[in-house]
Design a protein around this ligand. Structure first.
Ligand code: NI
Length: 191
């Protein structure tokens, strides 16, 4: 089932999400919905708070970035469910790249992040997994993990630029933004 994606301005996106319990009711159904919702919106990642659930889990599929001659080799086959993820060994080396977010349609901003990370998480079958990632795969995981800590792209933007973003973000909260997937706008009068 496709679920509406919560837009910037909804308080659920600002919360520290809760750990997921192994016996969480219908976890597999929830994951199925998250995949369907993410693919329908042409996203490469979707965190549970983005469908209004304050839970520490996300799905990600960076494999489109691994395609072609100039594809990112770290993204080949990079499709993951990460439950209760913990990042570690963040590299001192950072790079900057424009990011978008399904909860902030129409906004793309450069975000500086460590190039390499370690991450420990439970997968969909509740196996504890530890892996090291770099490049776009590491970036996607950091972006989605941010959502679990109530953090989003604007929190990475320098204060001076954030002022310029403000009007755009307000319009998104009001639902005054063209979007071709199902969304829930916190301040829209039309529900
Ligand atoms: Ni996002």
């Amino acid at each position: 089932m496709i679920r509406p994606i919560v837009a910037y301005g909804d308080p659920v996106l600002k919360k520290d999400a809760e750990e997921v319990a192994e016996d969480h009711p219908d976890l597999s159904g929830l994951l199925e919905d998250m995949w369907e919702t993410m693919y329908e919106a042409d996203g490469v990642g979707l965190a549970a708070p983005q469908i209004g659930l304050s839970l520490r889990l996300f799905v990600a599929d960076g494999s489109p970035f691994g395609e072609g001659e100039n594809g990112d080799p770290g993204c080949v086959g990079f499709k993951r469910v990460m439950i209760n993820p913990v990042l570690f060994d963040l590299s001192e080396e950072v790079d900057s790249m424009e990011e978008g977010c399904l909860s902030i349609p129409g906004v793309r901003e450069p975000v500086v992040r460590p190039v390499r990370i370690g991450v420990e998480y439970y997968d969909a079958e509740w196996n504890l997994v530890e892996e090291h990632l770099e490049g776009l795969a590491a970036r996607i995981v950091q972006h989605e993990n941010d959502h679990l800590d109530g953090k989003m792209i604007p929190d990475h933007v320098p204060a001076t630029k954030r002022l310029l973003l403000h009007g755009k973000l307000r319009d998104i909260g009001l639902g005054k933004v063209p979007v071709d997937y199902k969304m829930k706008f916190p301040k829209s009068r039309r529900r």
